[in-house]
Design a protein around this ligand. Structure first.
Ligand SMILES: [Fe+2]
Ligand SMILES: [Fe+2]
Length: 191
């Protein structure tokens, strides 16, 4: 599917604020891809589609139930797949493939792991992860530091982002995804 067609579809499927976020993630991802020598055209597709299942989780879960079950098996029943906030990441992989004709594994992985990250992320995945967290309208304590780091060192930027998130979750008495602790420890080795 062509970029224009994808934009068109997404503008209909997503809430307006979500669609605008997606366009900002695209701009940020392209900026980072140029700095870190990644394929700009490919990163654009991954960025545009990273939230493609958002706002429609129930509908897609129903439509692609078989595919979701298969992915769940493939991911050894990863408990994150039960988390309603993360559902759009797993469904996003399936929807990007089925509805937007993407079969490039690197793009599909970047979509699936854009919120949690994972062990041994590629630079391509790291850029989508960071673009989502640092697009121009993101405004939270520490975002400027993560923005700055992401231009120089992708690993350091993600470690800082995870440190902040983990602190915030602890302070709020909320659950921490085991995956994000593992990702942090894994990236720390490469910092
Ligand atoms: Fe997302
Ligand atoms: Fe997003």
């Amino acid at each position: 599917m062509k970029v224009k067609e994808i934009e068109n579809n997404l503008s209909k499927m997503l809430k307006k604020t979500r669609y605008e976020h997606v366009l900002r993630v695209r701009d940020k991802a392209i900026e980072l891809a140029k700095l870190h020598n990644q394929d700009v055209k490919k990163i654009e597709l991954a960025a545009l589609l990273h939230d493609c299942a958002k706002n429609n989780e129930e509908m897609y879960l129903d439509k692609y139930n078989e595919e979701f079950k298969n992915l769940r098996k493939l991911r050894a029943n990863n408990p994150d797949m039960e988390n309603p906030k993360l559902l759009h990441c797993y469904l996003g992989r399936i929807v990007a493939n089925k509805e937007y004709d993407v079969d490039d594994e690197e793009i599909l992985d970047a979509i699936e792991f854009h919120t949690t990250g994972r062990i041994n992320m590629t630079d391509f995945e790291k850029i989508i992860y960071l673009a989502d967290k640092t697009e121009d309208k993101r405004d939270y304590d520490g975002v400027q530091e993560i923005r700055k780091l992401s231009k120089i060192n992708l690993n350091k930027a993600i470690v800082k982002s995870l440190d902040d998130t983990i602190k915030y979750l602890i302070e709020g008495g909320r659950e921490i995804s085991i995956a994000s602790v593992k990702v942090r420890n894994n990236l720390l080795k490469g910092v």
